[in-house]
Design a protein. Structure first.
Length: 351
């Protein structure tokens, strides 16, 4: 009997990615996958209106049915832009202090959540470099109102939302086979359209996470589409394969545009890397993994590799889980990592 996971659903700003896994001897096998393109930005940071419509969920569930998904249990992730996160130093656990309760109060004050209904989770971190008896934790929280905005359309459509997870822990699970050696840290950057997310992994857990609001590739797509007065699909092709035959001046301009974006992304990353090196010197950063649609930018990985003294890779789905022959078209996917990790929720391993 095949043991299937719930369906991991990663709602992005340009597409919804879904994955369902089967538990097999020695690991995981991809059972079904799907990508549903979205016609417009799902998350609008300018107006704070976001979410998916009932009609979009209905379309998605129809696609899942056609693509061989089984059951109606799903796991969703909180959009990084809606997730409050804070590093806290709390009393020693040995003191008997109610750590989770104290963390709840601290993140409410630090994130202006006081008075709001919210869900919180926290987990212990390695002790910082300086000697202290405090319990270091990373706490995350989401407002009930934001969670309901995401969950309700799925529930109305007939899905059973069994868990709401974080993208950081989903990436921790899916990227485990690709991470660096024990005693080192691995950075994962999910390069998205409306923003990017940096997650620092080590010792089988999430050490640090940061949403890079200004590091999405959406501005690049819009700039290319406007300059050449073409559709977004054409802009995406130019950004991912500017070496294709065409006007040399146009190709040079696109390469320069991508180079500028990469420089900005590296500047953002180095700020976080410096913080991590100071706080976790026992876990030196050795590896950087790029995922998400933006990781396909032509030359981006090579450019980052030339600028940072770490191993840089763009893991494919087949490096995260076993991909059977009937799904070989997904083997090279770089957009399913979060959905794969969501499907692993509660099935052993990390959080």
């Amino acid at each position: 009997m095949i043991r299937l996971t719930p369906i991991g659903i990663d709602v992005g700003s340009r597409a919804i990615k879904a994955a369902q896994l089967a538990r097999v001897s020695g690991g995981w096998r991809l059972h079904a996958e799907a990508v549903l393109p979205l016609p417009a930005v799902t998350f609008d940071g300018a107006t704070n209106h976001w979410g998916v419509s009932d009609a979009t969920v209905a379309r998605l569930l129809e696609v899942l049915d056609r693509r061989g998904f089984s059951g109606n249990k799903v796991v969703l992730s909180v959009p990084p832009s809606k997730l409050e996160s804070d590093l806290l130093e709390l009393p020693p656990r040995a003191s008997g202090a109610p750590i989770e309760e104290i963390a709840r109060g601290e993140i409410a004050r630090a994130s202006s959540l006081a008075g709001a209904a919210f869900e919180m989770a926290c987990w212990d971190l390695p002790a910082p470099e300086r000697s202290t008896d405090a319990t270091a934790v990373l706490a995350v929280a989401v407002r009930h109102a934001d969670a309901e905005t995401l969950i309700d359309p799925f529930e109305r459509g007939g899905a059973n939302v069994v868990a709401l997870d974080t993208a950081s822990w989903a990436l921790c699970r899916s990227m485990r086979p690709c991470a660096g050696l024990a005693g080192t840290a691995t950075a994962v950057v999910d390069v998205g359209f409306a923003g990017s997310t940096l997650v620092l992994l080590g010792d089988g857990r999430v050490f640090y996470q940061r949403h890079l609001r200004e590091a999405g590739v959406g501005a690049l797509h819009r700039t290319v589409a406007e300059r050449f007065e073409g559709p977004e699909d054409a802009a995406r092709l130019l950004l991912t394969d500017p070496s294709a035959p065409g006007d040399p001046a146009r190709l040079a301009w696109i390469r320069k545009l991508i180079s500028g974006y990469v420089e900005h992304l590296i500047d953002e990353l180095q700020v976080s890397f410096a913080f991590a090196a100071h706080r976790y010197p026992a876990f030196p950063l050795k590896k950087l993994l790029l995922t998400g649609g933006g990781a396909a930018l032509a030359g981006a990985a090579d450019s980052i590799r030339s600028r940072l003294p770490v191993e840089v890779a763009v893991p494919r789905a087949a490096e995260q889980v076993d991909v059977p022959q009937e799904l070989c078209g997904c083997a090279d996917s770089i957009v399913h990592a979060t959905a794969i990790g969501l499907a692993m929720h509660g099935r052993g391993g990390a959080k």
